[in-house]
Design a protein around this ligand. Structure first.
Ligand code: NAD
Length: 436
């Protein structure tokens, strides 16, 4: 494919080298004439192992050249990748000046383009940027319609400096956010030869994936450092601990516990998080991430309460009282906490949880349920259909399979608040999920 790359910094130069190395015809564009000179001499403008050789080979074979002329580059190619910087402003927000400028130049160049062109954003931009900033500028300056006259896609870059060439050739996945199928197809054809799944999503989803990955990496580093600091105070080597923790890719490093939804609860997580945070405090160890977990968890319960309250009706049914389906354990249940908030605020609440109801009448937890939380016990009802029929707002509290159909087929006149995530995706007009 004929590809132009705008911005020949760490991302753009690597893309230029790797794409020309794989046989594409690449035109690199930068506002820095010095960088363009280096590219045209087959020299790398940055330090990156293996890149110099790729760029030299590209120039030698005639598959790679550099220019400062935007229009010429756009007219000569079928697809443009925007790799300009998106640095931080002083307040932390994203600086979009380079993106906006390159879009103005690109839009003007597209005005004269007859062949279909696809504009691909590789720079890291916050969700909504392409729809609210990139596309309007491109349309304004080209006088053409995105998705009709030219294509638009997002292709977040996941390379790590110093291993960038290897990361390009062996990615764990390729993420494409597409405005329309044709835009995604154009981009996907470039990556088809890589041995990695191509994940095609809406543009904003792809934009968010990139941030989620980087914030997750930052969270892992911070988490490991805090564990290391606390472990050291306890006379333990945190690296020894983390090595074993990371061996478990069924629970510790997997999608378990990684699905946005309701607060965590149960007999272990809140207790153990609290104990470690407390002990870190006693030992004078700063652990702001770990110490904030209980606060963040409480905010998720408050969020569920706010979602219920905003609907106005006081008639609420809570389906699922224990922290997960299939148990009667109410210790540290955030669902119980939510029930008590609703009771305290005078909602007309009914509760369905057959495990808890069974435990109250026949199990070992009966004494606790009847005597310690009689105000909750009194609201437990046996007939799911009746509970649903008598409420205006139905809160799906845990993943009891009997609740799933209510999320998928919302009963007429009812508002479903899904704390579990039964709906695979955000669905307009149906149940509202706590995180979707
Ligand atoms: P960089 O600052 O190294 O390079 C940006 C380049 O864009 C510079 O050479 C600059 O001269 C050029 N430029 C600015 N305005 C231009 C214009 N109008 N036309 C053409 N060129 C222009 O930036 P980078 O580190 O390559 O990062 C680029 C984007 O990729 C950022 O959004 C960054 O967050 C993201 N990203 C970076 C990395 C990384 O490891 N560096 C990894 C993944 C994603």
């Amino acid at each position: 494919m004929r590809i132009s790359i705008f911005g020949l910094g760490y991302v753009g130069a690597v893309c230029a080298g790797c794409l020309s190395g794989r046989g594409h015809e690449v035109v690199g564009v930068d506002i820095s004439a010095a960088k363009i000179d280096m590219i045209n001499q087959g020299k790398s403008p940055i330090v990156e192992p293996g890149l110099g050789e790729l760029l030299a080979e590209g120039v030698k074979t005639g598959r790679l050249r550099g220019t400062t002329n935007v229009t010429e580059a756009v007219l000569a190619t079928e697809l443009s990748m925007l790799c300009v910087g998106t640095p931080s402003k002083l307040n932390g927000d994203l600086e979009l000046d380079y993106i906006e400028e390159v879009c103005r130049q690109m839009g003007s160049a597209l005005r004269d383009k007859t062949e279909r062109h696809t504009v691909v954003v590789r720079s890291t931009v916050l969700p909504g940027t392409v729809h609210n900033v990139v596309i309007p500028i491109l349309e304004d300056f080209s006088g053409k319609k995105a998705g009709v006259d030219f294509g638009v896609a997002v292709n977040p870059e996941f390379l790590r400096e110093s291993t960038a060439i290897k990361d390009y050739n062996f990615p764990p996945m390729t993420v494409i956010g597409e405005l329309d199928k044709a835009s995604g197809d154009a981009l996907a054809s470039i990556y088809a030869e890589l041995d990695a799944p191509i994940v095609r999503k809406d543009i904003a989803v792809a934009e968010m994936i990139k941030y989620t990955c980087n914030v997750w990496h930052a969270t892992k580093v911070t988490f490991a450092n805090e564990i290391g600091n606390i472990a050291k105070a306890a006379g333990v080597d945190g690296r020894e601990v983390m090595e074993v923790v990371c061996m478990d890719n069924k629970l510790n490093l997997s999608q378990y516990y990684m699905r946005p939804g309701f607060a965590f609860g149960g007999s272990c997580l809140p207790k153990d998080v609290s104990a470690l945070s407390y002990r870190a405090h006693v030992w004078d160890i700063e652990a702001p991430l770990i110490s904030s977990l209980m606060r963040s968890n409480a905010a998720q319960v408050q969020k569920a309460y706010n979602m219920i309250e905003k609907h106005g009706s006081r008639k609420v049914a809570l389906l699922g009282l224990s922290f997960k389906a299939g148990t009667d354990d109410l210790r540290e249940s955030p669902q119980l906490e939510l029930a008590e908030m609703l009771i305290g605020k005078g909602f007309k609440l009914s509760i369905f949880d057959s495990n808890v109801e069974y435990a109250r009448d026949h199990g070992a937890n009966g004494h606790y349920i009847k005597n310690e939380i009689p105000h909750v016990s009194a609201l437990l009802q046996s007939d799911l259909d009746k509970v649903v029929a008598e409420a205006d707002i139905i809160v799906l509290g845990n993943a009891d399979p009997r609740f799933e159909k209510l999320a998928k087929d919302v009963p007429a006149g009812k508002k479903i608040i899904d704390l579990v995530g039964f709906m695979p995706q955000r669905t307009a007009g149906a149940a509202e999920g706590i995180c979707w």
